[in-house]
Design a binder for this molecule. Sequence first.
Ligand code: ADP
Length: 523
Amino acid sequence: MRPRLALVLAVLVLSPLVALAWLGVRLTDGEDRAVQVRFDGVIAARLDETAEAVKRVIAALEGDLLAATDDLPPDAPALRSRLRAERRLGHVLVFDGEARLSFPPPDGPLSADERAFLERTRGLWENRDFARPAAGDAAQDGGVVPGWYIWFWAGGLNLMYRRPLPDGRTVAVEVDRPRLLAAVIAALPTTERAPSTGTERLTLVDSSGRVVYQWGAWEPPAGLSPRLERALPPPLEAWRLTWSGPPPPAPSMAGLYAGLAGVALALLGLALWFYRASTAELRRAARRVSFVNQVSHELKTPLTNIRMYAELLDDALWDADDRTRRHLGVIVDESQRLSRLIGNILTFARHQRDRLTLRPTPHRPDALVEGVLAQFEPAFAAKGITIEADLDAEHRAALDADAVGQILANLLGNVEKYAADGGRVTVSTRQPGDTLRLTVADAGPGVDKAHRARIFEPFYRVSDRLSDGVAGTGIGLGIARTLARLHGGDLVLEPSAVGARFTATFAAPRAEPAGGAAREELS
Ligand code: ADP
């Protein structure tokens, strides 16, 4: 009983704890993910801000180039002196209205610098499409759309800014790479603001994967790729801004774990309290059973004496008047009833303690039955119940006489209590092979269908109302069934047209071969 109680309590305590722990892990996980997302959001915002600053640098550069090329002189010498004076312009390619290169003049006298420039941009100016209006919108405007032209040369990205001039020419200005880089870097976070604690690193990587700028003291472990990347705005989309740094600290779950531990402790405390309370109750119940057991034992001996002397008196006063003999009969009947009750209580208590065992010895079944019937005769006669005995179990067989007697006495006691109105009871025995069958059928009210299965449960009574006037404990039929089962048989309530019909079966191996002479039972 107790191990089962402990097991139930353990399941009751452990299942909510496991559920809570699972919930805790899920919450931790969810919180951790939320922190990562927030963290990435902050970094992404910073990278976007930086990219935005670079965009502004490029827009300013575009503005400068447009202003510086607005009124370019037509001939080469004037252009040359203009280029020398204009710091915002480096090398330029100028094309006439037919998209032919007019400056630097490809077949005119050139400086060494101009020659080198023409040499490295040959792929551009030899391609007539470079300075010709593109199809679509640009063609309607009658010229090249102002904008950037990217080409890769000398292991890196080079930029040309191309625009149409009011006089029909097209000019392409080469953007000086170091200058562009300096302008972009000026827009990035300055090194003075770099944290010395080393919590992050921001890098600018050019189109060939070279780190051209680095900010922040954090040293990423070898092989760790950046946490976030952003391409710079056009025309520098081949360049990337990257962010690396240690992951954000995991959210503190100390509060949650403390809460879980608190709930666990409370549950454990509750389970312990419940366990102690219920085991104390079990101990008290066991003490009560043991007390009833002791008292019943104490009652047994004086009661046996009362019964024995009453029977002796009954014999001795055979010639006494009717009244005296009736009074003696009541004493005998009532002491028999009390003996049965005490017998039932003691059997029940033994069964509760798993100490109920049977000791079958050879008996003639009908002799046992006749002995019990004789005890009931006076009480039945007083209540007007006739006994019809249909006995046919003559062969000595291994039976526990007390068990058979107790079962029959309980069944007959019930007839006396509940079926006296029927006026008769039939007790029959049969002995097919090594089995004994004993049936008690009355003509009383019978047992309602709803109660048929339950009347064998301990303490179950169809009605407990004292006003019904029938005393009982509700253990008689249960004990009778237990005894029959211990005897290798059963006790059942059989369907019948009138009254109640109980049949008990017993495994009763015969003590003599079938058909042998039946001897009178002496014991
Ligand atoms: P008790 O007689 O002490 O109440 P039992 O276990 O012997 O306990 O019987 C259980 C219930 O079954 C009884 O309360 C009674 O209602 C019903 N019962 C038993 N025998 C009969 C019977 N022969 N006729 C009608 N009802 C019966």
